[in-house]
Design a protein around this ligand. Structure first.
Ligand SMILES: Cc1cc2nc3c(=O)[nH]c(=O)nc-3n(C[C@H](O)[C@H](O)[C@H](O)COP(=O)(O)OP(=O)(O)OC[C@H]3O[C@@H](n4cnc5c(N)ncnc54)[C@H](O)[C@@H]3O)c2cc1C
Length: 574
């Protein structure tokens, strides 16, 4: 059941306490309560997702991103590589976590990414082949609501219709634009080959967008993994508005490991302690999880001491290695067509018609986001950067650059019709951190993404801008594109760097702040079974454990961390 008030829940003693109801936490809550013998309490700081229309209608994807009750409302520290700008750093404060407000883009990453996880942890369970069954447990491939012919737009062999979380191709088409994109892949097959399905593990090329959307609505971890189970699972309790501050009552086991007696949380101004007989599972995400660990005395002992937090377990890697994808414009072009998403965004009558259609039948333009395709590319193997830097990609199938191909100029465009190519560096070598500013668990943390602090990352960004220009130069666009809104191709290197540093933002794909490493490694936070090194009865199951950022948007990776993590817990306790 789902509870809003601590006085309504059936006690504070459970077999498992899970902290955070996001992508991974809700998977773990669902899978553990498949066993009727396990009692589970899931503590979520945020609010209910029930009836939050901006979290339901796919087209409203950006509405939740401002400062509001659905967000933690974080801002990064000034970023040296962004010309000292601080940028808003969205994290969801709502059941479903970031799956309740993310862009819904569904990308698994490269097979090489997972094979590298297996190699660095010494656990073949994290390899692509061994993780594929978990992608299948997560994914419920769903026909798009417009029932268009999807032949040639994806590869059914690499998808599953038996999972839980809906994934589909766009349920609304922009045919003229899409035909040009397809034609561009034929005209420039060297740089932009068509890829039938970039979720096959072999990502390179341009393919149709896949999203976590089903029946014209967002499919989040709350709507797919939790809501359908409340009625049938008396062993599942979810408490909202419960912000965990720290783990309490540490003691030593006879093996010398640290174990915690409970989880302290705040609700309506009062502190409570929930107890876990078997395990405490941290799934508070790449910001929340390291924060809780550090406030509990698990982290770098010197840094904690400086803040007056007694050290319980010295794990210097907590909060380090923070890695995210910088995103920036590859270009926006004014186009010679009225068939773009601007025609809806800029016209109140059409906007209202589209909303009415969605309300009536969950169909029409509001069932999709404006991107129609994604492109994945590698830097040239003979790029000068590789003379001084080893290729940071996980392998030859992993891209360095992403190109999101979308109709429209975005919400801030001046009236007109546009197309936009949004770029990301997928293999950044810059690293940041999540640290504490005080010993008060309710103070926001210091989030440093470290963006563009290495030569590789800015080099890759420059190449990405050139790459977008190349795509837009395909002959098919000749009578479609009128002009770029800003010509980036004639800028000097310094001016282009400055432009990127002044405009880049974040993809919100933070990982590695409680990184997994080999069992005998002296760095890292968790072992390959996700148990915290040096602790007992404490696991981390969320995106923070990924030792490297996937070359993809990170929700699919977070879901499978949840799926495999739940299996690891079950193997221990069943
Ligand atoms: C704006 C945005 C857009 C994105 N777009 C995409 C996209 O299009 N495609 C994609 O694949 N990925 C996208 N992502 C990334 C993806 O959603 C995340 O990688 C993924 O959700 C991470 O899962 P998680 O389980 O680690 O954490 P989360 O999903 O972040 O869940 C963590 C949960 O823990 C809760 N929590 C935190 N601290 C506490 C505490 N102290 N006490 C109690 N609860 C706590 C939070 O409120 C939250 O509900 C996006 C992310 C954002 C923010």
């Amino acid at each position: 059941k789902i509870y809003e008030d601590v006085s309504d829940i059936p006690g504070l003693d459970y077999d498992f306490v899970i902290v955070g109801g996001g992508a991974a936490g809700n998977v773990v809550a669902n899978r553990l309560t498949e066993n009727p013998k396990f009692s589970v309490l899931l503590l979520e700081a945020g609010v209910s997702n029930e009836g939050v229309i901006d979290s339901i209608v796919p087209f409203f994807v950006n509405n939740l991103l401002g400062a509001n009750i659905y967000e933690w409302n974080y801002t990064t520290v000034p970023q040296v590589g962004l010309n000292n700008r601080s940028v808003p750093y969205q994290r969801a404060h709502i059941l479903g976590g970031c799956t309740a407000h993310n862009g819904m883009v569904y990308t698994r990453g490269s097979a090489d990414d997972y094979d590298r996880y297996a190699a660095v942890t010494g656990d073949s369970g994290w390899s692509w082949d061994n993780m594929l069954p978990y992608f299948f447990k997560n994914e419920k491939w769903t026909p798009p609501v417009d029932h268009h012919d999807t032949n040639g737009q994806f590869d059914p062999a690499v998808h599953s219709t038996n999972g839980i979380n809906s994934v589909s191709l766009n349920g609304f088409q922009w045919p003229i634009f899409q035909q040009h994109v397809q034609q561009a892949t034929k005209e420039l097959p060297g740089d932009f080959p068509f890829n039938l399905d970039f979720n096959s593990g072999k990502m390179l090329g341009v393919g149709y967008l896949q999203s976590t959307i089903g029946g014209g609505m967002r499919s989040s971890s709350a709507t797919s993994y939790l809501a359908p189970k409340f009625a049938e699972r008396p062993n599942l309790s979810v408490l909202l508005h419960a912000q965990v501050s720290k783990l309490v009552n540490p003691s030593k086991t006879n093996k010398g490991e640290i174990t915690f007696g409970g989880v302290q949380f705040l609700q309506s101004g009062s502190l409570y302690t929930a107890k876990a007989k078997n395990e405490i599972i941290l799934s508070a995400g790449s910001v929340g999880t390291p924060m809780i660990l550090m406030h509990s005395g698990v982290g770098d002992q010197e840094a904690l001491k400086a803040l007056g937090i007694p050290s319980v377990l010295h794990l210097p890697s907590v909060g380090k290695n923070a890695t995210d994808h910088p995103i920036f414009g590859g270009g926006t072009w004014l186009v010679n067509s009225t068939q773009t998403v601007d025609s809806i965004e800029q016209n109140t009558t059409r906007f209202n018609e589209a909303y009415a259609q969605w309300n009536e039948s969950h169909s029409g333009p509001f069932v999709a986001i404006p991107d129609t395709h994604l492109g994945w590319s590698r830097l040239d193997a003979d790029s000068e950067i590789f003379e001084s830097i080893r290729d940071p990609a996980s392998g030859p199938n992993a891209p360095h650059i992403e190109m999101a191909i979308g109709t429209g100029g975005g919400l801030t465009a001046t009236p007109g019709n546009y197309m936009t190519l949004g770029m990301a560096v997928l293999t950044p070598t810059s690293r940041g951190s999540v640290t504490l500013q005080s010993n008060n668990p309710f103070d926001p943390p210091l989030i440093d993404l470290g963006f563009f602090t290495t030569e590789f990352d800015i080099f890759a960004a420059r190449q990405a801008v050139q790459h977008a220009a190349k795509f837009a130069s395909a002959p098919t666009w000749k009578n479609y594109i009128i002009a770029p809104t800003l010509d980036l191709t004639n800028l000097s290197t310094d001016a282009l760097d400055d432009h990127i540093r002044n405009t880049a933002g974040v993809a919100w794909h933070l990982v590695s702040t409680a990184s997994m490493s080999a069992r005998n490694a002296t760095y890292g936070v968790v072992n390959p079974d996700l148990l915290v090194k040096g602790a007992s009865g404490l696991r981390v199951i969320d995106a923070s454990i990924l030792p490297f950022i996937p070359t993809a948007h990170t929700q699919a990776a977070s879901y499978v961390v949840g799926e495999r993590g739940a299996d690891l817990v079950k193997q221990t306790w069943e």
